[in-house]
Design a protein around this ligand. Structure first.
Ligand SMILES: Cc1cc2nc3c(=O)[nH]c(=O)nc-3n(C[C@H](O)[C@H](O)[C@H](O)COP(=O)(O)O)c2cc1C
Length: 212
């Protein structure tokens, strides 16, 4: 470790301000506007998000996952139902999502309740995945200890050899986060950033601003 601070990055805070009176009244539509803009910025990695969960003691854990669908019903990702994240969600079905889109100096935070998607939806999405991803999901008991990687890799190779369809494992599927809180952060010069907060109030969204 060095004694000096890490170097400062120079940011280009050239996006216009986001305020409670120029953002969309519906946070899902606001998310969609920003998501489209991020997708137009050239890279296709805007669906990467950090997913935070907590166990029954309130101890948090966080990891990246991919957003696969969003809309009025919620924000959907897929994973192994035996994984650490899924175990924590089983015990405490609240989670937080975080998107960081540095090219646009934007951050979006979303919080809410999480529920499993239907088995039909998980099977349908699984059937569209590339075969090697299906094999990975079928062989891996995500987040369990790996005793012998060579045995694991041999199982993967064996399953990859055949061309029998790979059924969606019972222990694999989607979760939908149903949001009750959004915060849109727009970077501005001099650290005078914009923060627009949406809180769900009996089904209606209330908009306000937070200090940067
Ligand atoms: C960019 C990125 C995207 C990822 N997407 C997923 C995903 O969609 N689903 C998933 O289960 N794991 C995904 N992972 C792996 C997770 O970050 C994590 O390692 C894994 O899900 C196990 O987490 P857990 O032990 O907390 O359950 C992704 C990792 C990265 C870096």
């Amino acid at each position: 470790m060095t004694d000096s601070y890490l170097p400062r990055a120079e940011y280009d805070f050239s996006q216009g301000p986001l305020r409670s009176d120029n953002s969309d009244a519906d946070p899902v539509r606001q998310f969609s506007l920003w998501y489209e803009k991020e997708a137009q910025s050239g890279e296709h990695d805007g669906n990467r998000m950090a997913l935070a969960t907590a166990d029954t003691e309130g101890c948090p854990s966080v990891r990246m996952v991919l957003l696969k669908q969003f809309g009025a019903t919620g924000f959907i990702f897929f994973t192994d139902y035996g994984s650490r994240k899924a175990t924590e969600l089983e015990q405490n079905p609240r989670a937080a999502l975080l998107f960081h889109w540095p090219r646009l100096q934007r951050q979006v935070r979303i919080e809410g309740r999480v529920e499993k998607v239907s088995r039909e939806m998980s099977e349908e999405y699984f059937s569209q995945r590339p075969r090697n991803s299906q094999v990975g999901a079928a062989v891996s008991q995500q987040s369990s200890p790996l005793c012998d990687r060579s045995i694991f890799e041999a199982q993967v190779s064996k399953m990859l050899e055949g061309d029998d369809p790979i059924p969606c494992p019972e222990s694999w599927g989607g979760f939908c986060l149903v949001p009750d809180r959004f915060e849109f952060w727009q970077g501005q010069p001099g650290r005078i950033h914009n923060r627009v907060l949406y809180l769900s109030d009996s089904g209606a969204w209330q908009r306000s601003e937070l200090q940067p």
